[in-house]
Ligand binder design. Sequence first.
Ligand SMILES: [Cu+2]
Length: 382
Amino acid sequence: MSATPPPDAAPASDPSADAGSDAQPSRERLTRRDVLRRASIAGAFAVGGGVLGHELIPHRHADAAAGGHAGALGASGVGGGYATGTPPPGPVSGAAGVPSGLYGHHAGPPTSLRETDLDACTYPPAFDGRSPGVTRDYDLSVTSRQIAVAHDTVVDAWAYDGSVPGPILRATEGDRLRIRMANLTAHAHNVHLHGRHDPAMDGWEPIPAGEEFTYELTAAPFGLHPYHCHTAPITEHVGRGLYGAMIVDPPGGRPPAKEVVLILGGWDLDGDGRNDLVCFNGIAGAYHRFPITVEVGALVRVYLVNLLEHDPIASFHLHAQTFDVYRSGTSLEPDAHTDVVALSQGERAIVEFRLPERGRYMFHPHQSRLADRGAMGWFAAV
Ligand SMILES: [Cu+2]
C-alpha cells in the first residue's frame, strides 16, 4: 500500500497540533471555557464547512439516504453555544480542520470531506417491514481505488461496491440474500459473512481475478453480522478495506430509533503490521469534524462492529451517558448496561441509549492509542 505523509502526526498547517502530546505546559491555566474553545467544540463545524472541495478523491457518493449530520447542527448554531455558553468561536486550527487535540485526537479527516460523504455508511437503510422470506439482491463487487482517509493521506484500497466500509446489508431474519461479487481487481478475493448459513456459501474460497460468484443464503439469526474478505493474507485484505456490516432484523423489527452504524477499521500505511490510522467508517476523525446529530431524548441505536486488524481488542466508550448492550444483536434483552463495551476482532454489539440533555457526547475506543489515531467522534444532542 502506498501512502502520502505519515498520518499520525497532525498536519504541518495546524499550529495547535501539540496537544495530546506532552507539550501542554499551559493547560492548567486555561479555564474550562478556554479549553472548550481551544478544542474547537464549535469550530469544527465552521472548519468543516469552510474547506470543502479542494482536493483529493471523494470518499463516496453523497446521495445517501437518511441523513441527519451536522448540517442541521451548524444551521441551528448550537455548536459551542450550548456547550460553553458562548457563541461559536470559529475555527481555531487552520485549514486542516484538525482540532487542537486536547481531547486526544491526532488524526483529522481530509480537508475535502463533506458532511454528507459518510452518510451511506453511517445511516443504515430503514427496516422496510417486508414480510420475512423475500429475496434481497446486493452487489459487493470488488474494485481497487484510492481513498483519502485522513488529512494529506490517500491509500490504495480494495472496496466492496466502491466504498470502505462496504455497503450496509439489511434483511429480516429468514430473507433470502443473493450477493453478487464480481472481482474487478488483479487479486483473488471473496465475501465471507458471519452468522448462520450453508457452509457451501461461507465465502472462504477465493474468487480469482476477473471472475464472479453469487452467494445465496438465508439471513440468520437476527443480529448484527460482519462480512469481510477471507482471502489470504486476510490481514491485508481486511486491512485494505474489504469489510462491512449486515443487519438482520427480527421479524417485525426493533423499536423505532435513530440508527447509526459505526465500524471500526484501521489503515496500516507503512506495512509494519500496526494501524497508523484507526477510523470509524473508514475516515479518521470524520465524526469529530461532523458530529452525529440526534434528537434530545430520542432512542439511539448504534450498530458497532470491530473489524480492526493488528489490534487484538478495541472498545466503544460513550461519555456522559450509559447504554444497553446487545452482544451481536442476537437477543432482544440487553446483556449489560454500561458505558464501555469491549470488542475483540470480529466482535460486534448493538448499543442503545437516549441523550437527555442538549450537548456533545464524546465517543471513542477506550484504548487511547486507537482513539488518538482517528477513532474519536461526537454525538450532538439537539
Ligand atoms: Cu480480498
